[in-house]
Design a protein around this ligand. Structure first.
Ligand code: FPP
Length: 236
């Protein structure tokens, strides 16, 4: 395994609205183009041998958007879950989910559960969708679950705590990419990104291409990850 190739990439797919506005199109067209960019990213990661991709599709805070946009987005998620399933199976891609499943409209929930079950044996790549997701909410929920579990406070190790998060098996992202030029995490994977390398790119999400991913991977490969140690300690 090439240590300079990230094993888990997290992506904040930002800029769909601006992409559409720049073209005089409704914001929904930006989201539609965003799905194409997501498809490209997943295919590219799979062919490069990156086994984990986690994308921020809808935050808890996004519920404050106009109802028509929310409805459009959930229609898009529903269509994605139904129409991409054959391709996910063919490409051996497992789907996973993080977020408040109870918040999702019933048809989306049903399609999601079906797709999760159907793809559960796939191994080439795991695509985790974050929908109605909030990093702070995930941590609070984990604390509540830990308290209810009856564990003594001293027994709550980091490893056990991870077991109470939305997807206990989710490894920490090695690289987090945010498009559109914004320089913040916006409540994404707060617990898991403690030592993640961050990469911000001014390109709007629908314009994100394989070449941009390669650029991010090159930058990542050049970074020294010390995890709190000195450079000297890292020398072989
Ligand atoms: C942020 O851009 C994007 C979103 C809130 C939606 C992300 C959804 C997709 C890319 C669709 C594909 C996802 C799946 C799972 C099928 P923005 O609307 O905030 O853009 P702006 O900042 O330019 O307004």
């Amino acid at each position: 395994m090439d240590a300079r190739l990230p094993q888990h990439i997290a992506v904040i797919m930002d800029g769909n609205g601006r992409w559409a506005e720049q073209r005089g199109l409704p914001r929904s067209e930006g989201h539609r183009a965003g799905v194409d960019a997501l498809r490209r990213l997943v295919r590219e990661c799979r062919s490069l041998g990156i086994p984990r991709v986690t994308v921020y599709a809808f935050s808890k805070e996004n519920w404050q958007r106009p109802e028509t946009e929310i409805r459009f987005l959930f229609d898009l998620f529903l269509r994605f879950l139904r129409e991409e399933l054959p391709e996910l199976m063919e490409q051996d891609i497992r789907l996973a989910f993080i977020g408040e499943e109870e918040d999702l409209p019933f048809p989306v929930r049903r399609a999601l559960e079906y797709a999760l079950r159907k793809t559960s044996g796939n191994r080439s790549l795991t695509l985790t969708l974050a929908i109605s997701y909030s990093g702070r909410e995930e941590i609070l929920r984990a604390v509540r679950r830990a308290m209810r579990s009856g564990l003594a406070p001293a027994e709550l190790t980091e490893q056990r705590f991870r077991g109470f998060l939305y997807e206990p098996g989710l490894p920490d992202p090695d690289l987090l990419i945010r498009t559109s030029g914004e320089l913040r995490l916006s409540n994404f994977l707060l617990f898991q990104s403690a030592y993640t390398e961050l990469y911000f790119i001014p390109v709007l999400w629908p314009d994100f291409q394989a070449a941009h991913l390669q650029e991010a991977l090159d930058v990542y490969a050049g970074r020294v990850r010390r995890f709190g140690r000195t450079s000297e300690q890292l020398r072989p």
